[in-house]
Design a protein around this ligand. Structure first.
Ligand code: GLC
Ligand code: MG
Length: 248
């Protein structure tokens, strides 16, 4: 397949990151229009596909080149439907939802979310203790999994090789975009593994406490501004204050 020459890419979470303060979202896109380069858009969200599409419509967001939905378990590229199949194949090798669900049901304090997703099991947790109990039971079993706790409420249990970080790395590798100027943006726990991939990243000013606790790192910029305002701030910090890298 022909590889696109992508020089700049924004891989961003939606709720609480790109979306949250409407005026700041449109200011960010105005700013991108003024750049002498194109910014490839990748949305990386916890929402499922239909719910993401509703949000895109409601908030009048541009359509991304790629959508990674369901906490990094699904991946959609209109121009390359096979991408989803390749990604799915890697996930399904180590995915045993029946066993995970059985273990979770033996714990108290978790209510299943009503979502159509097939490569994740997601719950609302009543307390931190409820999450600790599930973690203990899962780690005592032999079932492969990855558990992500976000915003003091959402628990996502995924195949061990899924999640926003793994999905984004897979995408960049598949497309040959690893050398582009990538900015990763997020606000909560499910963004953690993509923020710590080693690409320039921003934790927006309104982030949840689990991201406030991230250790400092030169590639992690803590924005003052909220939501898309923080993305704008970080973009200037990483890509406009110093000369941009050569195009690939
Ligand atoms: C979004 C999703 C929810 C998920 C949460 C954390 O809110 O709608 O299903 O649990 O993100 O990843
Ligand atoms: Mg978010």
């Amino acid at each position: 397949m022909k590889r696109e020459n992508v020089t700049h890419l924004l891989a961003t979470d939606l709720d609480g990151t790109l979306v949250g303060e409407k005026e700041l979202t449109s200011l960010l896109f105005d700013y991108y229009k003024e750049r002498p380069y194109n910014v490839q858009l990748v949305y990386v969200t916890g929402r499922h596909y239909a719910s993401t599409m509703e949000l895109i419509k409601e908030e009048e967001l541009p359509m991304p080149s790629i959508l990674i939905s369901d906490v990094g378990t699904e991946m959609y590229d209109l121009n390359d439907p096979e991408l989803h199949e390749r990604w799915k194949k890697t996930l399904e090798e180590k995915w045993n939802p029946a066993e995970i669900s059985r273990i979770v049901q033996s714990c108290s304090g978790l209510t299943p979310q009503s979502i159509p997703s097939v490569h994740r099991l997601s719950y609302f947790a009543e307390s931190d203790e409820a999450v600790e109990e599930v973690k203990r039971k899962l780690s005592g079993s032999s079932v492969p999994y990855k558990l992500i706790f976000s915003s003091g409420r959402d628990v996502d249990i995924l195949p061990p090789n899924a999640g926003k970080g793994e999905a984004l790395s897979f995408l960049l590798r598949e497309k040959g975009w690893e050398k582009a100027n990538v900015l990763v943006a997020g606000d909560s726990g499910n963004d953690r593994d993509m923020i710590t991939l080693g690409y320039p990243a921003v934790v927006v000013g309104n982030c949840q406490k689990e991201l406030k606790q991230l250790p400092d790192h030169p590639m992690i910029f803590r924005a003052q501004k909220h939501c898309a305002g923080g993305i704008h701030e970080a973009w200037e910090h990483f890509f406009e204050k110093t000369p941009v890298k050569n195009s690939i």
